[in-house]
Design a protein around this ligand. Structure first.
Ligand code: SIN
Length: 311
């Protein structure tokens, strides 16, 4: 191992998912060897964590740019991004209420939807997400991650063969009736709907792994089958991605950063701090993603919405 690689340490956090990386200072440009080591860790562990990195918005964006082009904070960001930093998507109950309206947070979660990858209704969902903690609860508020490449491999061969050929519609807001909301989220999803047809099994463009590419937040239904068949198939897959062996749970501290491959891992925001009146403020950026491709080599198709490109 080179002297540089000796200083960076990758410590796995569970059997399939998550590794903590130490020996790097994310405030400054990284040497090529560190960038490569982080990329390799992402390919293997799907999400990596860093501690004690007290980044500004600009430093978080500069860190992200070393791994790809940075998108705007969110396709529905509106005026909720911090001034001067349209790339930042702030995650807090207050930010979600401001962005989407009160009923979004009341009905769903004060802090985001169920298991998901970020914004999969887009034709090119972000490749990577980088989330940093500014204010965290004294306890509670962990984020969970699940490795959907391992979850795919955990299915029996006949089921893998069945789902390899399926496609599904992903639609923003569809699974929590946002279309009927009279608040901002309702107006956005009615006037500027975001929806795409993606393969149910996506081939990861860098590792070549097959991953389960549906999620309970955004996947509306499997196309070309009956509603009942779609429901049972999705229930099976949603149950599979939540099996504990594929998951990891990250405890935030101020200065913590989680960096995940949005094509290979799903995440779940916490709901266990809402009744405690704790503050929790995190900031996310996302990197431009590619159009998913299925096992048959066919790309996804857009139903509505533009590609999500660099800010
Ligand atoms: C997110 O969905 O990006 C936020 C995750 C979290 O709040 O833990």
């Amino acid at each position: 191992m080179s002297a540089v690689l000796n200083r960076i340490e990758v410590l796995p956090q569970s059997g399939w998912t998550g590794a903590e990386i130490s020996g790097v200072d994310l405030r400054h440009p990284l040497p090529a060897e560190h960038i490569e080591a982080i990329r390799q860790a992402l390919h293997k562990w799907k999400v990596v964590y860093f501690r004690d990195q007290f980044l500004t918005h600009a430093q978080q964006i500069a860190f992200g740019k070393q791994f790809g082009d940075v998108t705007p904070g969110h396709p529905y960001e509106g005026d909720a991004a911090p001034k001067g930093h349209p790339e930042i998507h702030t995650v807090s109950p207050q930010a979600y209420t401001q962005r989407y309206g009160k009923s979004y947070t009341r009905k769903l979660s004060a802090n985001g939807p169920a298991w998901h990858a970020d914004v999969t209704p887009l034709i090119n969902p972000p490749a990577y997400s980088i989330l940093r903690a500014e204010v965290v609860p004294a306890y509670s508020g962990d984020t969970q991650f699940t490795n959907v490449a391992a979850a795919y491999q955990g299915l029996s061969e006949p089921i893998r063969r069945l789902i390899d050929g399926l496609r599904a519609e992903h639609r923003f807001g569809a699974n929590y009736n946002a279309e009927r909301s009279d608040e901002r989220i309702g107006e956005w999803v009615r006037n500027r709907p975001l929806a795409s047809i993606h393969p149910v099994v996506r081939v990861h463009p860098e590792t070549g792994e097959r991953v389960i590419y549906v999620n309970p937040s955004f996947t509306k239904h499997i196309v070309g089958v009956s509603p009942r068949e779609s429901r049972y198939l999705l229930d099976l897959l949603f149950d599979q991605i939540q099996q504990p062996e594929y998951t990891d749970r990250f405890r935030w501290k101020p200065g913590s950063v989680a960096f995940w491959d949005n094509r290979a891992v799903l995440h779940l925001a916490p709901r266990d701090f809402e009744h405690l009146n704790f503050e929790r403020v995190l900031h996310r950026i996302t990197l431009v993603g590619d159009v998913p491709v299925g096992v048959d080599g066919k790309p996804s198709e857009s139903i509505s919405g533009d590609p999500f490109l660099a800010a």
